[in-house]
Structures are given as C-alpha cells and as structure tokens.
Ligand binder design. Sequence first.
Ligand code: NAP
Length: 313
Amino acid sequence: MSIPTLGLVGVGKIARDQHLPSIAETGTFRLAALVSPEGGALDGVPTFRSQAEMLAALPDLDAVSICTPPGVRHELAAQALRAGKHVLIEKPPAATVSELHDLVEEARAAGRTLFTAWHSQFNGAVDAAKERLAGARVRRVTVDWKEDVRRWHPGQEWIWQAGGFGVFDPGINALSILTRILPGKLFVREAELLFPENRDTPIAVTLAMSGAAGSSVGPVEAVFDFRQEGEQTWTIAIETDDGTRMELTHGGTRLFIDGAAVLAEPDTEYRRIYRRFGRLVEEGAMDVDAAPLHLVADAYSVGRRRATAAFHW
Ligand code: NAP
C-alpha cells in the first residue's frame, strides 16, 4: 500500500519544531505540501498561500495537519473534511466547544478521520500514571503549570486576542493529562481569571476542581501562570488514599513515585502522534477528546474575572 500524502497547514513554531521532523522520522505520511500565508518555504515541497489553493491544486491529497492558532481551525478543518481529507488538529482543537462538536459531525458525514492531537497525552509517563491510578481513590491533586510567555510564545499576538486562550494555551495541556489519567470525571467548581488590562485573554488562572460527590476524585487545585521567570514548572502532584505520592513533571514526560524516578522518556510525543494518526487513517477511525476544552469553557462560565497590570512583550 502506498504511503498516504499529507499537507501541513500553518508553518509556525510547532510545525517547525515538531511536526516536520516527526513526519520525516516516522515515514507514516509523505509530506506533499505546505500552506503558509507568508509563503515560508521548505526545499522541494510545494507551498501554497491558502488551504483552498492547496486543495484545488492537489485533489488526491489524503490528509492535512492543521497547525495554525485555534481561531481559524474550525473553518480550515471543516473545509478539509468536506474535500474528503483526513484531519489532524493541534491543540486546542477549536476556539469553542460547539465548533469542535460540529467538526465531529463533519467528519462523520465525510467518512474521514478527525484526530484531536493532545500532545501531552502522548507520553509513556502519562500512560504509566493512568495505569497506576486505575481503581485508586485520589485524595488530592496539585497542578503547577508556570511558564514565561516571552520565552515560549515570543511575539505571538494571537495568544492575547479573544479566542487565543492566553495562559489556557499551555494550561489546557495539564487539563488534557488530568482528564486522561484520573479515575473519574472532573468538574470546575471555582475559578479566578486574571486579565492584563490591555489584553483579551488571561495571563494567570486558578482553578478549584473536583469529582462528583462520592466519586474517587477529591480536590484538584490548578495554577496556570504566564509570568514565571527563572525555573519553568509543568508539574502535576497526586496523592492517593493509600498515601502514595505520584508526581508527573516536565509536562508529563517524567514520573516519580514517592520521590523515586520510575520513568523518564526523551521527547517522543509527536512521533507517537503521527504513528497514531497513520493507524486511525488505516482503520477508518476517529479519535476526538473534547474533555479538556470543556473544562476551559467551564472555567470561563463559573470563574471570577479580575484585572491586572498591562502586559507588554
Ligand atoms: P505560531 O508560531 O504563531 O504559528 C502559527 C502559524 O499558523 C503561523 O505560521 C501562521 O502564519 C499560520 N496561520 C495562521 N492562519 C493561517 C491560515 N488561515 N492558514 C494557514 N496558516 C495560517 O504558533 P505555534 O506556536 O506554532 O502554535 C500553533 C498551534 O500549535 C497553537 O494552537 C498552539 O497551542 C499549538 N502548540 C504550540 C506549541 C509551541 O510550543 N509553540 C506546542 C504545542 C502545540 P502567518 O505567520 O503567516 O500568519
């Protein structure tokens, strides 16, 4: 069987850092085209200014990977599905929950794969944590997701515009790990969202979450902060009823149990993502996880909003 062809839409930081190397290394797809409004090119790969141009020029293309900011994702993904392409979407999978549910309907109608690629879920340490928590009672969870926006998102104005998610852009990765590993559903009970007075999206968020009354998931406290200088922290600490302390650090790539390292993997998230996308396409299956996006929407619903100092790059 021939290798399916893929067009990569949005050639920014994540496309260059992770998607392009992973497509090349896994060989699951053949990179057939790029879409870049600014025309950023890669030797030997045809580059188009819009996805519509690419779809018109390459009618036999099998799949697309959408690596743009989330605001334009729904329109692009729906267009690609209607053109009969299999679609991988970066996180967050859409600007709103309704858009994501609409994409599921579009994918069903088109009979094509839709894959919400939550990259933080694709870590061996996350799988190991999920296995250990199966059937456990979780006493308490603390999430610290604190990074320097100037270092990780330099000049990305979209992140501060309405629909750009602000600090939820990294924070949703922590939520994608929690919803994957915890042995029960999670609800946002209270939230505080801190908005710089000159921006539309939050720079810091505190969430108080928990499972349903009587469920196996106790209080979950999360802090997301874009103002972290010095050491960067992406840590989830979990205490179970038997007194075990589990810690997922470095964005879910390392697992510690009672202080002892049990698993540390090099960065393999995106290679695993492309292998999974290849299998889904082969099997004609979908993989859509809406839970992390629901929690962000819920935080906006029940959260208190506060203003803080203006943010300048
Ligand atoms: P970025 O560097 O700003 O890149 C986004 C790219 O999308 C830009 O090159 C932009 O092109 C392009 N684009 C915008 N609208 C487009 C359209 N209609 N058609 C085609 N291309 C379009 O952002 P990023 O950091 O790569 O993030 C993109 C997504 O990946 C976000 O959802 C983010 O959450 C996710 N992500 C990022 C990281 C990370 O480390 N940065 C990690 C994991 C996931 P122009 O510049 O020409 O407008």
